[in-house]
Write a protein that binds this ligand. Sequence first.
Ligand code: 5GP
Length: 120
Amino acid sequence: ASTPLDSPTIFDKIISKEIPANIVFEDEQVIAFRDINPQAPVHIVLIPKVKDGLSGLSKAEERHCEILGRLLYTAKLVAKQEGLDDGFRIVINDGPKGCQSVYHIHVHLLGGRQMNWPPG
Ligand code: 5GP
């Protein structure tokens, strides 16, 4: 049986500090931590602390506009904190064809090397 999209994920355990993560930023709404399987010298995952049905971007509703903006703005702050002054990449994977593996919306911040376009 497939897992319902509103089920808890590993990210809930990171939010609750039940499992350790290398947290680089945290406020009331957003937590950002280093990816366990980094795809670049800097690879940080930013997530909302409250999922509110947002298992992925494809599930976004009007009420999520504020947190979606907050995630992107926080990504910019963390990029600055990480010294990514020459550029960085933001990625949101959605659904099976987008290679999403954790169904709690998240923004990837990648940097510290030259990125390529188009991505694979
Ligand atoms: P997705 O593939 O869904 O876009 O991204 C999920 C990301 O979360 C992956 O890059 C994966 O490496 C990362 N990830 C999965 N589980 C953990 C974990 O327990 N700790 C950390 N730090 N990252 C994780």
